[in-house]
Design a protein around this ligand. Structure first.
Ligand SMILES: Nc1ncnc2c1ncn2[C@@H]1O[C@H](COP(=O)(O)OP(=O)(O)OP(=O)(O)O)[C@@H](O)[C@H]1O
Ligand SMILES: [Mg+2]
Length: 328
């Protein structure tokens, strides 16, 4: 059953160069319990899309389109109704745990806040729920007191507190925005395992935002690849990985280092995508990737590409998608 439908979502933010459309005409949908990945280089609009779903965009931003959660367009709701959805039906693990947590509030109080607000439990029941959550995220209260402050925890432990807050009210959708960026590799794996386990055991839908294609491959059923505020390729994760069609997706994949392929003597150099993501006010006409793409033609620079079907469950927004031969 369709849980979430995002239709023609556009977000304009005020920037140093005036109002700029940061994400443009985003369309996707999710079923209950589905795991969807969002991948792309820094600045391509992954977090802004997530913040739009949480109705947490800056007050002076403009949002167009629809975000339909079980038949209800949340962009049309008043702030009181939005508060009843945020943290309750949609939970989010933010990109930076140190800035997302309140540094002067004990972790127990931070985790209990949304429980108290949304579930209307008594003090005793709230304490029981917090204790249960802390157990679930691997911070049992017998070892980690609820009276600790964020600065008394390691990065991984702080991220666990964020996860407890995000899942406190059993949301229908959990958004994990780069949940492991600031962590070392072993802790990264533990946190990802925890998120996957929690999503599986509770049937929550998951939006996993990551730069890391490995994380997306391990975690998600469907994936959208974003570039400069647009979706450039989308489909089932297996289809997209087996048959990457957008030169940008292929560039991201080729940039992953493989054992033995690094710049050791006699080995090939690591490949990278030439150029940089254009700044918001310098985005070109037509396909935004054209300036960095070896396959670009005149048409790419003149007109934005429409969606082309690669297979039943796979679409690409490119005039010159890659074929199998191109990737040999
Ligand atoms: N509050 C803001 N005001 C103005 N511009 C913003 C604001 N927040 C983000 N942007 C701009 O919006 C664009 C998309 O940013 P976003 O944070 O969604 O990127 P991202 O894909 O999440 O990147 P990263 O992988 O680095 O987290 C960027 O160009 C960024 O500079
Ligand atoms: Mg981000």
């Amino acid at each position: 059953m369709t849980l979430l439908q995002v239709q023609d979502l556009c977000v304009t933010l005020n920037t140093a160069h005036g109002p700029q459309e940061v994400i443009s005409h985003i369309n996707f949908s999710m079923d209950a319990g589905e795991k969807l990945g969002s991948v792309g280089e820094s600045g391509c609009g992954k977090s802004i899309t997530a913040l739009a779903l949480m109705s947490l965009l800056p007050l002076d931003s403009q949002t167009k389109g629809k975000i339909i959660l079980e038949g209800q367009d949340i962009l049309k709701l008043n702030s009181r109704k939005i508060c009843s959805i945020r943290g309750n039906r949609i939970g989010m693990i933010f990109q930076e745990p140190m800035t997302a947590l309140n540094p002067v509030k004990q972790i127990g109080a931070q985790v209990s806040e949304s429980i108290y607000l949304h579930l209307k439990l008594t003090r005793k029941q709230t304490l029981e729920r917090v204790t249960e959550l802390m157990d679930k995220v691997g911070l049992p209260v017998s070892r980690f007191g609820l009276n600790l402050y964020p600065h008394q925890l390691s990065g991984g432990q702080r991220q666990r507190v964020m996860i407890a807050m995000a899942i406190a009210c059993n949301p229908d959708i959990l958004i994990a925005d780069e949940p492991t960026t600031a962590l070392d590799v072993t802790v990264q794996e533990q946190i990802l395992d925890l998120i996957r386990e929690l999503a599986d055991s509770s049937g929550m839908a998951l939006i996993m935002i990551s730069h890391d294609l490995g994380v997306i491959a391990q975690t998600t059923q469907n994936v959208m690849v974003m570039y400069t505020g647009n979706i450039v390729e989308m489909g089932s994760t297996m289809d997209v990985f087996q048959n990457m069609s957008h030169p940008y997706t292929y560039g991201l994949f080729s940039a992953i280092p493989h054992v033995g392929s690094s710049a050791l003597p006699g080995r090939k150099r690591l490949s990278s995508i030439p150029g940089q993501v254009p700044e918001l006010h310098l985005r070109p006409r037509g396909c935004n990737f054209a300036d960095r793409c070896s396959r670009a033609s005149k048409m790419c620079k003149a007109k934005e590409p429409m969606a082309t079907r690669v297979s039943d469950q796979h679409q690409v927004w490119c005039y010159h998608p890659l074929s199998c031969e191109d990737k040999k």
